[in-house]
Design a protein. Structure first.
Length: 376
C-alpha cells in the first residue's frame, strides 16, 4: 500500500464548466474542505454536470481552504453505451494510474455505465481497498422509475441494463473495505451486503444557521391564531421529487378551503411543467415557483415555514429534510426510515387526514420535532 496520505474520489458529477471555468457544487465544496483538512492531497475524477445551473450554488476551487492540494479531473460523460465504450480504455488507464498511487480510494457507483463502477472493478482486480459511498437505495428507486415507463423496447433496454448494473453494484458492495451510506433508508437496503457498513449524515447546516427556540414558538403562535399556513419545499424540480404531486396536494388543500401560501424553491427539468400546471389549475397566486435562489433565502423560507411538505418518490437521504428540521419546519411527507430517524424520538405523529401514497411501500404522515432535535 502507498505510504502517502492521498485520497482519490471517483464520483458523480459535482462540477460544472462555464466558459472554460470549472466550478464546484457548493455543498460538495464543503466536503472537500473537510477532506483537505485530513488528507495530504485530494484528487476528484468525475464528468461535468449536464447543464449550467444544475447546482443551487457553486464556488471556484481557489475559494476552498487548501485548494493547492486539490486536483479536479474532468472525465468524458458516460451513461450511454456508445459514449462509455468510446472512452472506456483511455479512462480506465487514467483511473488505474491514479488509484494505484493513492492510499485511500472512494467510489460512488451511482448509475449503469459510470466511471465510479469502472474504478471499483479496477480496485477489485488489483486487490486495492476502497470506500463505497451511496446516498440512495439504487435498486428500490430505479425499479420504481422503470415501472413508470411505458411498455416497449426502451423500457426493456433500461431494465436489462439496470439488472446487470445491480449485479456489479452488489459485488462492489461486498468487496468494499468500508461502506458509508447516507441515512437509514440506504443503510436498511444494504446492511446485509456490505461487510463494514455505517450510516452517516452529510449535514450542511452550521450552528449559526439553526433556528432559535423563540422563533419556533412564534410560528406555533401564528398557527394557533389562525394565520394562513406557510408551506415550503426546497429541492430540485425533478420527477423523483414529485413536483406535480406536490402541486396537486396544494390544489386539494385549496379546494378543501385551507388558507395557505406555498413556495417551491429550486430549479430543474420539471420547473416549466410545474409552472404550466400551476397556471392551468389557478395556483399561481398561492404557489410561488421562483427556481433556484441563494441558500440564505432557502433557510429564511424554511425558518418561516409552518410545514416542510415533500413528495419524494424514491428511497434516498436528501439533505433538505435535515435543513428543514434544523429550521424548525415540521416534516410532512412520505414516511421512510430516513425521515422517521431524523425526528426520533420526538416524532413521527400520524394525523387523522392520512392519504394513500402512490409510491411503493409508502405512507403519508406528518412528523414533529423539538427545536433541539438536531445538532450540527
Amino acid at each position: 500500500m502507498p505510504s502517502n496520505n492521498d485520497l482519490v474520489l471517483v464520483i458523480p458529477p459535482i462540477l460544472e464548466v462555464d466558459d472554460g471555468v470549472v466550478r464546484i457544487d457548493r455543498d460538495f465544496a464543503n466536503n472537500l474542505t473537510a477532506y483537505l483538512a485530513h488528507f495530504d492531497r485530494v484528487d476528484v475524477y468525475c464528468p461535468k454536470a449536464g447543464a449550467l445551473g444544475s447546482f443551487p450554488a457553486v464556488v471556484e476551487a481557489h475559494e476552498i481552504p487548501g485548494f493547492e492540494r486539490l486536483g479536479l479531473h474532468l472525465l468524458p460523460e458516460p451513461y450511454r453505451e456508445d459514449r462509455y465504450l468510446r472512452h472506456r480504455r483511455r479512462v480506465g488507464r487514467l483511473l488505474e494510474a491514479a488509484l494505484a498511487k493513492a492510499r485511500y480510494r472512494l467510489i460512488s457507483p451511482h448509475a449503469p455505465l459510470s466511471w465510479s463502477s469502472l474504478a471499483g472493478r479496477i480496485c477489485v482486480r488489483n486487490g486495492w481497498p476502497f470506500d463505497f459511498e451511496a446516498d440512495w437505495d439504487l435498486a428500490g428507486t430505479t425499479r420504481y422509475i422503470i415501472a413508470q415507463m411505458p411498455s416497449g423496447p426502451r423500457k426493456l433496454h433500461h431494465r436489462l441494463r439496470f439488472e446487470l448494473h445491480m449485479l456489479r453494484y452488489r459485488r462492489l458492495l461486498r468487496r468494499s473495505r468500508l461502506a458509508l451510506v447516507q441515512g437509514q433508508d440506504v443503510y436498511e437496503a444494504y446492511k446485509h451486503i456490505a461487510p463494514n457498513i455505517h450510516s452517516v449524515l452529510n449535514i450542511q447546516i452550521t450552528e449559526r444557521e439553526r433556528i432559535e427556540p423563540d422563533k419556533v414558538e412564534a410560528k406555533a403562535l401564528d398557527i394557533t391564531a389562525g394565520a394562513p399556513l406557510k408551506l415550503v419545499y426546497a429541492g430540485r424540480a425533478s420527477e423523483m421529487k414529485g413536483p406535480l404531486l406536490w402541486l396537486d396536494t396544494m390544489r386539494r388543500l385549496r379546494d378543501a378551503g385551507i388558507r395557505f401560501d406555498a413556495v417551491w424553491l429550486g430549479g430543474g427539468e420539471e420547473l416549466e411543467a410545474m409552472r404550466a400546471y400551476a397556471a392551468e389549475h389557478g395556483l399561481t397566486e398561492a404557489c410561488a415557483l421562483p427556481g433556484n435562489v441563494p441558500k440564505e433565502e432557502v433557510l429564511a423560507a424554511m425558518q418561516g415555514a409552518h410545514l416542510f411538505v415533500f413528495c419524494h418518490m424514491g428511497y434516498e437521504s436528501p439533505r433538505n429534510l435535515m435543513e428543514a428540521v434544523a429550521s424548525g419546519a415540521p416534516l410532512c411527507g412520505f414516511a421512510t426510515p430516513y425521515s422517521r430517524s431524523l425526528v426520533a424520538p420526538h416524532g413521527p405523529r400520524s394525523p387523522s387526514w392520512c392519504a394513500t401514497a402512490p409510491a411503493p411501500a409508502r405512507s403519508w404522515t406528518a412528523t414533529k420535532r423539538s427545536s433541539g432535535g438536531l445538532r450540527c
